[in-house]
Design a protein around this ligand. Structure first.
Ligand code: DCS
Length: 489
């Protein structure tokens, strides 16, 4: 007999769903939820699935830009730099950049922990990029490099949330990183609605109402999340909106979390991307000294699309110096962001310049990626708008089409019977019929009584027309089936 008690059933495990923190159980992440798991099962059963639920560019065929990968290859294998043939295999500027980056990382190269805030030289490259983009100074001391934008968002939320009485204003619909992280940190989500009829624009009056209603419940609103360009909604905010948001934050004493990870993914010229930092600086004092701003960016999107490399950054503006010290302490607990991701950030911020040997190829590759995304954005939204009971706002930016479904009561009843949200029911049927894995609007939050689904615009261009045809056929059949059911009910 064992000298200690051996548990015999799962009910005796230390860790069971009912013994976990309720904040873990309550957190939801619909982008990889039920539909995604079903899609995985279909793949395992040998069926063809197009994963349109995640904005994961390379997984859907977007090619890595040549220059950053050449530099990365040399940084990973620095002995190649001593090879007499290196000049035949790599362009001069890639070799020079690899040497420069390896100098920045020091003797340990990509194999050593870096400073917990990131490699100082790369933080300088980020600061120079921001200065060039916005036309205002940026201090590398106020930039932290992170493993993609996600940990940077988490860091800002950790600073803001002390408990359930601290609230964060999050757009509805939103990218569920926000709702899930607020939940996991034990804070309160304070939703504010985006206006679908106005191209998913922000309405400051609705924002104020949300703050007032939260305060009535004893919640102290400490942060506002704005995703621009929007995920899942695809809108690009106008400059005037940004000014209003900045004034609102200062007046209501909330910090602003500016999620600008899609700043390069803009497909029209009516609403070009402009950063919150730039607008804030242009508004001048006292605004420019008042707003507490966190700005996020990543290598996962844009024409780099390097999600797997996990590189991102946060720029802190007007954050109390002692809070920054606490931030440094917090990131130090995780030792170091991954170093290759940091180098990717450096190359995103400091690409080849005109006259450099790699410039032409870099410019051609990035232009091709963006133009193709623009064509796909238009094809999908225009296609969806032609389908029965479906409407989709223009995809002005980001990587997604977010279509509204007018579901017949018969479909809503069938979903209820199946124990599913109506748009999850639609997405599941869509997946089974077409192999297209989309994400239901319920995964992002939506106005009560409305239904949506999100697809990324990333699939390779030549499969888009075929995909649209399949969706149209499925959608027609679905809507007809459940409209007739409704009349028989
Ligand atoms: N912010 C927004 C608005 C995002 O859409 C994403 C990722 C992130 C932050 C975090 O990205 P990284 O951590 O990779 O920098 N977008 C997810 C999505 O909606 N589909 O795929 C990933």
């Amino acid at each position: 007999m064992a000298p200690f008690y051996v548990p015999t059933s799962l009910d005796e495990r230390v860790l069971r769903p009912e013994t976990l923190s309720p904040n873990i159980i309550k957190a939801e992440y619909g982008v990889r939820g039920e539909i995604y798991l079903e899609a995985q099962k279909m793949v395992n059963a040998g069926k063809e699935v197009v994963f349109m639920n995640v904005g994961n560019p390379h997984a859907l065929g977007q090619k890595a830009l040549t220059f950053p990968r050449q530099v990365m290859a040399l940084c990973q294998a620095p002995f190649l730099l001593d090879d007499p043939n290196v000049g035949k295999l790599f362009p001069r500027d890639a070799i020079a950049r690899a040497r420069q980056l390896l100098k920045m990382t020091g003797i340990g190269g990509v194999g050593a922990y870096s400073d917990s805030r990131g490699v100082p030289g790369v933080r300088q490259e980020v600061a120079r990029f921001i200065e060039h983009r916005d036309g205002f100074p940026s201090d590398p001391e106020h930039i932290y490099l992170t493993d993609g934008a996600s940990p940077a968002v988490k860091l800002a939320l950790q600073l803001l949330i002390r408990g359930e009485h601290d609230g964060i204003l999050v757009p509805i619909p939103q990218y569920p990183l926000y709702s899930a992280t607020v939940q996991m940190l034990g804070g309160s989500l304070v939703p504010y609605l985006l206006d679908e009829k106005k191209g998913w624009g922000m309405n400051i009056d609705l924002l104020k109402e949300s703050v007032l209603s939260a305060r009535r419940k004893g919640i102290m609103v400490r942060g506002l999340v704005v995703i621009n360009p929007g995920n899942p909604t695809g809108q690009c905010l106008e400059r005037g909106d940004l000014e209003d948001i900045i004034k609102f934050c200062i007046k209501e004493r909330v910090a602003l979390l500016a999620d600008e990870v899609y700043q390069v993914n803009v497909y029209q010229s009516k609403h070009p991307f402009v950063s919150f930092k730039k607008v804030l600086c242009e508004m001048g004092a006292p605004y420019s000294r008042s707003l507490e701003l966190f700005s996020f960016h990543t290598v996962s999107k844009g024409f780099t699309g390097e999600c797997g490399q996990r590189g991102g950054y946060v720029e802190f503006t007007n954050i109390h110096p002692e809070v920054l010290e606490q931030c440094y302490k917090i990131v130090s607990v995780s030792l170091s962001p991954n170093v290759t991701g940091q180098l990717m950030v450096g190359m995103m911020c400091n690409p080849p310049q005109p006259g450099d040997p790699s410039y032409k190829q870099y410019a051609a590759e990035s232009k091709e990626v963006l133009e193709s995304l623009g064509r796909k954005a238009r094809a999908l939204s225009e296609g969806f708008n032609k389908f029965k009971n479906m409407q989709c706002n223009e995809v002005e930016g980001a990587l997604y089409a977010f279509a509204k479904l007018q579901l017949p009561p018969g479909a809503i009843a069938a979903a209820k019977k199946a124990g599913k949200a109506p748009d999850a029911f639609y997405c599941l049927e869509l997946l089974k019929a077409t192999g297209m894995s989309a994400t239901p609007g319920s995964g992002f939050g939506q106005e009560d009584g409305t239904f949506h689904f999100r697809t990324t615009i990333l699939p390779e261009e030549d499969i888009v027309p075929g995909l649209l045809k399949k969706v149209e056929r499925f959608n027609d059949e679905f809507m007809t089936k459940y409209s007739t059911m409704q009349s028989r009910m």
